[in-house]
Each structure stands twice: as structure tokens, then as C-alpha cells.
Ligand binder design. Sequence first.
Ligand SMILES: [Zn+2]
Length: 321
Amino acid sequence: MKPDSLKNLADEADALLRVQWQQWPEAAGHYAALSQCRERTVEVGGVPVRLQCNPERIRSTASKVDRRSVAQRPCFLCDANRPAEQLSVPVAGRYQLLVNPYPIFPRHFTLPAVEHVPQLLRGRFGDMLQLAAALPACMVFYNGARCGASAPDHMHFQAGNKGFVPIESQWDTLLATQGESRRWEGGVVYSRLTRWPVAMLAFEDDDAEALYAFWERVEALLPVPSGDAEPPVNMLCSFTGTSWRCWAVLRTRHRPWQYDAGGEAQRLVSPGAVDMAGVVITPRETDFLSLSAAELADIYRQVADPSLLDVCLQQLKTRCR
Ligand SMILES: [Zn+2]
């Protein structure tokens, strides 16, 4: 994308949000309801994880994302199927900027590709870095097709305001208290949190090409499930003004076993990037009230087993100077 084509994006995003709040009552109602959502904090692995009781998110949490179900429903990110009230801003001819009508963040955008193409980060990580730089008040994130995306058939990023997920807002403190960092080929600094029960690889640099090369290297080390086109990941990215911070969640499972359990054992939690960065969305009050720190840690370990990060870091180390 030409950098010039993105230079007004932050202002356009602000304006779009204002207009949609005024002109689209359904979306505005969901933003008003979000401000009333209950939250509670549970410490998991040294991170103050917040539970958000958000009934409107049941659509996403309970969405059927198997190939057959997806093929049978109209795609809600394609122009033809979107609500008439939903406006869009073109982004460099490659994406559109939309206001997400079912927000998790106080300011929550969706950025679908202009074409109906599958959800794949491969070949678009550079776009993600550019979008994060163009939206400096936001964190841009990506959910792999079976990692929390409710539209696995239509490529899209999302963006939400900075200062909201603890992994991003408290990163400096977390890194100082439980971070382990190394440098890759003299450039990109990559880190993990030693107590966080999530296979999360953080990496940071001021050089977009170096970050791209680093992520290509990491991606090549990760297992790809049969039938899939890329390793299952969530990616979060924020631009600090001079450099990018990225957090890759290396996934080992789509949903925890509790999701499909019957009765009292069931937990309707379908983790995506936001959950993995420390804000767990619980559409049902019963889950919101009952999830414990131990159970959250168990869910995290199932869907992003830290032992996968161990293997990945071991392989990366052999290539470091
Ligand atoms: Zn579509």
C-alpha cells in the first residue's frame, strides 16, 4: 500500500465513528450497552486479566465456523450483504474501514479486504504494520480462521483503541517483571513472559522489513494443521510512534474442551486475539461470574500451549547471534 494513501486514515476513522454513532441506532445502542458491561479482574500468570460480560458478543462466540456452515450463510463482510446503515471508508484500494457494530472496545473497527478471499495473514503482515502506523491510537489485530475469527471466509483485520488490553497497556511493566528477551540477527528484539500461560511471542523493531523477515522465519517454524494454508495464530500489533510492537499467539486449539461440554462444565468462551491479550469475553453471565484464575489458565494453555513456544524459541535461538 502506498503510505500516502493512508495518511488521513486516523482522522477518517474518528469521523466514521462519530457519524455511525449518530446515524446507526443499532450500532450506537451496542456502544452504549458496552459502556455498561460489567467487568471483573482475575490475576492469571501475573497479568490482570479482565472478564467482560458482553451478551451482544454471543453472535461471535457461538458462531459456527465450520466450512459447511460458513458456505451456507451470506458473508456479512461483503458489500452486498452489509446493513444499509453501515458506511465504509476505502483504505488504499485494498481494504475498507467499518465500524464494528458488536464492539468489545470503546472504539472498534473492522477492516475487511475488498475481495471475498479467505482469512490468511500470509502476504499481508506488511499491510498490518502499515495499518498500525496509520492508526496510532489503535491496536490492529488478526484472528486466524480457526482462532476466533467469525468470518474465516473473508480476510479482515480489526482495530481497537490502545490502552484496553492489559498485554498491550501494561507491556513495559510485564516485560520488566517477567520478560525474557533476545535479539534476532542483530535487529528485532523478541520476548516472552515466563509466567503467562500462553504461547505468546512478542517482537519489536523500528524496521518494518526486519519485522516482516522475522515473522516469516517464525511462521516457517510453526506446524500447519492438515487442510489449512497457514499456522493458526492471533496477531496483535501497535505502533509506538517510532517502532512496532507485535504479539503473536501460537495456537494449538480452536476452542477449549469446555466449550462443547454439557451442563455445568460448559464455558462459552471462544478465544480470539483480545481474549489472548487479557480481556476474556463472556457473553453468558454464568461464565462471567464463575470462571476462576485456574480455569482461565487451563483454557489459555489448551488453546495456546506454551510448550509450542518453547520449541519455536529453541529453533530460533540456533539462528541468533
Ligand atoms: Zn465476504
